[in-house]
Design a protein around this ligand. Structure first.
Ligand SMILES: Nc1ncnc2c1ncn2[C@@H]1O[C@H](COP(=O)(O)OP(=O)(O)OP(=O)(O)O)[C@@H](O)[C@H]1O
Ligand SMILES: [Mg+2]
Length: 193
């Protein structure tokens, strides 16, 4: 099993040096829990226990030291009670995305630094068209990129199904699941144009 180093680790560490609470938010299965656990002990999936927010608020209002809580939240679906609103002024939000190509290849995030010095040789890596298609189609979910062919396709199908079955149910009463599934397919095709 490959382990990918996440570029956001430093951002989280720095946030916890100055802020009382940090919230790691992002799509399901992008690696939030794994990354957060590497850094500190955390409260996972805060959106499932909104009542905890009141306790956290009370606690960080009494003790104002930075770096007290790291929370994770899956935010594919945005209309759950907002953690950020409840803890306004005390919290900073960090959005974790799926793995970037740089993270997958194990390189360092140095492009901008070099670009400002007009040094562009880091930007170009000779790659065949086939490689680029493979990268684009593979996406960046840590589990999925380690699968191939049909297995990877099935992983993505299961992912969409789980979102519609579980997360969407939390906020909406949808009866026509097959139609939702098709709608997601159409939206994905449009967004990739
Ligand atoms: N940096 C990484 N390198 C390799 N595998 C990873 C990495 N981060 C996460 N994974 C794997 O990806 C899967 C999802 O990770 P994780 O549970 O941390 O995601 P999550 O964002 O917390 O998901 P959820 O929103 O469903 O709780 C796990 O199987 C985990 O082992
Ligand atoms: Mg998680």
């Amino acid at each position: 099993m490959v382990f990918y180093q996440r570029w956001q680790s430093e951002t989280i560490k720095n946030a916890l040096k100055t802020r009382r609470v940090a919230l790691l938010n992002g799509p399901r299965q992008c690696g939030k829990t794994t990354l957060a656990k590497q850094l500190v002990s955390i409260i996972d999936e805060i959106q499932r226990v909104p009542s905890l927010l009141v306790a956290i608020k009370k606690s960080v209002d009494e003790d104002k030291r930075p770096g007290q809580y790291l929370l994770t939240e899956s935010a594919n679906i945005q209309s759950l009670p907002s953690v950020q609103e409840s803890l306004a002024g005390r919290i900073t939000k960090i959005r974790l995305k799926t793995l970037s190509q740089g993270e997958i290849q194990g390189s360092q995030p140095i492009f901008l630094e070099h670009a400002f010095n007009q040094d562009f040789h880091y930007a170009y890596k000779p790659t065949t068209q086939q490689d680029i298609i493979q990268m684009a189609a593979g996406g960046g979910f840590p589990e999925a990129i380690q699968l191939h062919g049909r297995d990877r396709k099935k992983w993505h199908q299961d992912y969409v199904e789980a979102l519609l079955e579980r997360d969407l149910k939390d906020i909406a009463h949808i009866q026509k699941h097959d139609v939702m599934n098709r709608l997601v397919g159409i939206l994905a095709a449009w967004s990739s144009k």
